[in-house]
Design a protein around this ligand. Structure first.
Ligand SMILES: Nc1ncnc2c1ncn2[C@@H]1O[C@H](COP(=O)(O)OP(=O)(O)O)[C@@H](O)[C@H]1O
Ligand SMILES: [Mg+2]
Length: 513
């Protein structure tokens, strides 16, 4: 029997069967990857192992003993610790205080309180942390406050916290989603050390190259089932994808040759935006957008992506510099004024339900919402809106019972198609899209890439703000890397390594730029 085993575990949330007789096992000194599409049940499964959810049925064995965890405390007492997608650290406290917090709470509530001496305590805790750091090859700055830390530093503190509390099994739920390539490398080095030291590790990721890189075995989930477990050395990305999706699928993203360059459709010069607290959100940005080309934007989350999109689309005022298009500066104009100057631009925001679409309205009404902007006043023609909605549904293969169906009730991929379809119908010269495949499964993501490529082929200038570097490098013609609101470089993704792009994302100048 393995160190950790989950057998025939099921969990239902209302009408959703999130886990259906799922199973996994992992041994000491082993790294298991848990792979599956969005919503396939990965988080639910490991949350039961970590004591956050209680299984409806099935069993969990740790070291051969059957366990029933009622809380995360139960799980950690049995040696199972979890690092969450969203960290649970206290920002105003520093690293060592956070790490020892759980332990201190126990002391506070117990008899030992009488013996508690803060000075001796501080020394003892820090010594223990240093011991763990040396053993597992982790580095933290004990006295640094959490609010001063980068995401990757916080993640290390979380890992240390679990090891400090005696975790011999560590679960990480999509730990690399928030990291740059360099930080991912560092994390993987730590995980390898932990494996050497005999830890059992379960890592959730949907990135196939990471699975191939870090894991010893892979358990694949589909629709709540753990459908297969294979040795990493005996599989490959294609096979894993087929297991994950349940069908063979091309993993190639097409990059059509861009159109021959004419004059730029849009020229951004000296674009600068200052936040309320005086920090520079956008710092002297300069770039050109050409028709028939896809310009990607890569950067750590919060580097100015949102501000850049909103300013260009006229949704945010203020800012210095210029956004020249059709011979006029769009900076400071409203979307309506931009359109009146003959500039057709479409913005597909990251927040599909909210800024883009109204979830409680039908597909038809959402389509009308935008053309109403185009022809305000008397000409809201519901029949025309219905016909257009039908056309969009048919053209993009949106699965819905009817165009009167509420948008909120569609799947993420279908919602994105409604939004893109509506925007593209306006025949934009510039299409700005931010995180268009966020939360979509593989099939839906690929159909979105196709739609964007089709627009590029039609001569549209596409500005693609993305988060998956592998995708950005495959689909874009040029890639603009930003850091703290600054353009660090505009590189040719065919000739620039992921590492070099990662360095630019971190704000380092490289040869490539
Ligand atoms: N707390 C919850 N309440 C209701 N439904 C949930 C909850 N957590 C997960 N689900 C549903 O269970 C399914 C599996 O979700 P999850 O385990 O988060 O998948 P994954 O981590 O693979 O993306 C999804 O359909 C999701 O919507
Ligand atoms: Mg999840």
């Amino acid at each position: 029997m393995s160190y950790i085993e989950m057998r025939r575990v099921s969990k239902r949330f209302g009408t959703v069967l999130a886990n259906d007789n799922a199973a996994l096992s992992v041994d000491r000194g082993e790294i298991l990857a848990l792979l599956g599409e969005n919503g396939s049940g990965k988080s639910t499964l490991v949350n039961m192992l970590a004591g956050i959810y209680i299984p409806d049925s099935g069993s969990i064995y740790i070291d051969g003993k059957s366990r029933r965890f009622r809380s995360p405390q139960d799980a950690i007492a049995a040696g199972v610790g979890m690092v969450h997608q969203h960290f649970k650290l206290i920002p105003v406290m520093n690293a060592w205080e956070n790490i020892s917090l759980g332990e201190r709470l126990e002391i506070d509530s117990g008899k030992e309180r009488l013996l508690f001496n803060p000075f001796i305590e501080k020394k003892r805790v820090n010594k223990k942390i240093t011991g763990i750091e040396e053993r597992f090859g982790l580095v933290t700055v004990h006295h640094k406050k959490i609010y001063d830390m980068s995401v990757s530093e916080k993640q290390t503190v979380e890992i240390l916290k679990m090891l400090y509390r005696g975790a011999a099994a560590l679960i990480l739920d999509e730990p690399t989603a928030v990291l740059t390539p360099q930080e991912t490398k560092q994390l993987f080095a730590m995980l390898r050390n932990m494996k050497q030291e005999g830890c059992a590790i379960i890592i959730i990721t949907h990135k196939l190259n990471e699975v191939m890189d870090i894991s010893d075995r892979v358990t694949v989930m589909r629709k709540g089932n753990t459908i297969a477990t294979v040795n990493t050395a005996e599989t490959n990305p294609r096979e894993l994808t087929e297991m994950m999706v349940g069908a063979s699928i091309s993993l190639e993203i097409k990059r059509e040759e861009p159109a021959l360059r004419d004059k730029p459709v849009m020229e951004v010069r000296g674009l600068t935006l200052t936040g309320i607290d005086g920090t520079l959100l956008l710092d002297d940005m300069n770039f050109d957008l050409y028709g028939g080309e896809m310009l990607g934007v890569a950067g750590i989350a919060g580097s100015g992506q949102k501000e850049l999109c909103e300013i260009i689309a006229g949704l945010r005022k203020a800012g210095r510099g210029s956004v020249m298009c059709n011979g006029c500066n769009l900076l400071g104009l409203s979307p309506r004024q931009i359109k009146d100057r003959g500039v057709s631009m479409s913005f597909v925001p990251e927040d599909r339900l909210g800024m883009g679409l109204v979830g409680g309205m039908s597909i038809t009404d959402n389509v009308l919402l935008r053309s109403y902007e185009k022809k305000p006043g008397l000409f809201i023609d519901r029949a025309e809106g219905g016909a257009l909605a039908e056309k969009i549904v048919a053209h993009y293969g949106i699965s819905t019972p009817s165009v009167r169906h509420m948008v909120r009730k569609l799947s993420g991929g279908n919602i994105q198609k409604v939004l893109l379809g509506r925007e593209i119908d306006l025949a934009p010269k510039v299409l700005i899209t931010a995180y268009p495949v966020r939360g979509l499964d593989i099939g839906a993501s690929y159909s979105i890439y196709e739609i964007l490529n089709e627009q590029k082929k039609n001569g549209v200038a596409v500005l693609y703000i993305g988060e998956d570097l592998d995708v950005l490098r495959e689909i874009c013609d040029r890639l603009m890397v930003i850091h703290n609101g600054r353009v660090m470089g505009i590189v040719d993704p065919r000739r620039t390594s992921k590492e070099d792009i990662g360095l630019l994302m971190l704000g380092h100048k490289t040869e490539a730029a």
